[in-house]
Ligand binder design. Sequence first.
Ligand code: COA
Ligand code: AMP
Length: 626
Amino acid sequence: MGQYSEAFTQAVDDREGFWLEAAKAVDWTTEPTRALDDSAAPFYRWFPGGELNTSYNALDRHVAAGQGDRTALIWDSAMVGEVRRYTYAELLDEVSRFAGVLAARGITSGDRVVIYMPMIPEAAIAMLACARIGAVHSVVFGGFAAPELATRIDDAEPVAIVTASGGLEPGRAVEYLPMVAKAIELSADAPQTVIVKDRPEIAGSAADHDGWLDWDTAMADAQAADPVPVAATDPLYILYTSGTTGKPKGVVRDNGGHAVALTWSMKNIYDISAGDVWWTASDVGWVVGHSYIVYAPLLVGATTVMYEGKPVGTPDAGAFWRVISDHGVKALFTAPTAIRAVRKADPNAEELAKYDVSSLQTLFAAGERLDPDTFTWASNTLGVPVVDHWWQTETGWAIAANLRGLEPMPIKAGSPTVPVPGYAVGVVDAEGKPVSAGEEGSIVIELPLPPGTLAGLWRDEDRYRKSYLAAFDGYYLTGDSGYVDEDGYVFVLGRSDDVINVAGHRLSTGSIEAVVASHPAVAECAVIGIHDDLKGQRPSGYVVLKSGVDIEADTLRSELVAKVREEIGAVATFRDVTVVPALPKTRSGKILRKTMRQIADHEEYTVPSTIEDPDVLTALAEQLKG
Ligand code: COA
Ligand code: AMP
């Protein structure tokens, strides 16, 4: 039996043995004696009785082991042309002092702290500082506008917000402070404490707002705070992600299972160990950034690169190759969209020839399907394995991967390879019956999920059950559809719900629909995700006007685009609006979104037998053809 099969089988047949062994790679203040607590199934808890501190594991223990001089974090900003390096000892000092700043404000174990920050080291410092004192962070992506921030504040009920004067996007500065002020105004019970990292490039500072604290001033006389042991099962963070409704889901991650799973993943999936230079080109606002910019690389004592910039245009399509070459990156993890953007700008990879990227051993991709065309281009261009792997905010780490450190497997284009040990992946039909190899269905995972996956949704057990557990008894519903082939390779074809993936960013069409529907001229609307050559998908809106309304299509479009940008954020990239006479529906009134998407993408479709009025569909097909 190969090492993969052995590990996979052991993780199923001897779950306790497998995960308690993996847990030895983590430093505990109280060692766990059991791996799984299934007493409240289908709610599972990992490492009951264990106590640890995640920030201690990410920082202190490496310093204590004599590695204080090793580089922990390299911040490389293509936006300001600056590189900053922190050794483990320096990062520990910053994190302990910022933990002291939080503690001095009475913030303690279990309190929530919202972090709304761009890609600057202080974002990682704030996350680790929360972890140090047992506070639960909730990072909100900088591309979200004030109302989205307010929704998250209302749900998480934080005692503090940590932010910065802003982020830098090509050609514009994104000022955060007006958005934070607006979110506070919009939210029912906003926190008193707001701490602002001032960036000289961006207007606005703490001084402009009554009672807000300046990061640097607070840090100047801060007392370092020691790590506080927390239960393995205590929450480390809440990360909001798009569901099918407008209200985001607060995915809760624990401390113990997270530390064990991420540590295991670095060696076995990514083949990264202490001292290796690892770069995840994502954002701390997404799960990929939480797990693989901040926590996992530091947990194993590697050097993590944090990049502020884009794959193209900052300044050119050589940006990624420059970073790899400047910092000796061993493996890069990014989204397929980024690779497509580089390819579009530089199809013959002329920029690549300008840099020495010989340190690069593997390119990992996730966030959306790595299409075979992009896979082939990247493989041929870089001459290293290009490894797709599939995961979700909910799981926090890969469900299916090619385990480069455990047992590299042949790569099949279009597949993220095989289920990772701990994930019993299955494919079922609408009745929940397993389908045969090669047949498409809903991808499910047998419960319990492995350590590191979601402990639940923040204060919403009911939604957790309904969203993930209710569809098929004993299984977690991934929301993705796909198949497993005869060799056991998983193929993920796309979401089977109203979640869409735009440039590797997960968005809910429901929340965009809610904004569009609130326009006074709109009677009803549907927003669907249609194919986009660069971003994988993009949202496309179809609106029916209220009778008697007279509005130019262009005016309506720009008003709706502006409204979505203002209420959800630039990241929604909502630009397409088509006025239609009616929306195709079933007899029970359900909009036929899937059929609309097939029509818009010029795919084959069948007219559903439940359709209310086939003529509406025919008219839509005619209109979209033209
Ligand atoms: N803060 C504020 N605004 C942001 C933002 C942030 N952190 N990130 C993106 N935006 C804005 C962009 O400026 C853009 O605004 P615009 O409409 O004024 O141009 C809008 O949101 C859409 O951004 P994006 O979808 O990223 O498109 P883009 O055209 O700026 O860049 C790519 C295209 C392909 C270069 C970019 O999407 C990319 O790098 N993708 C990689 C995806 C990734 O890392 N995903 C993370 C999950 S692994
Ligand atoms: P997020 O929660 O933002 O990480 O988005 C998770 C969703 O992105 C998944 O449910 C999939 O639909 C999609 N996704 C992520 N990685 C992949 C992949 N490697 N292949 C196919 N789809 C992916």
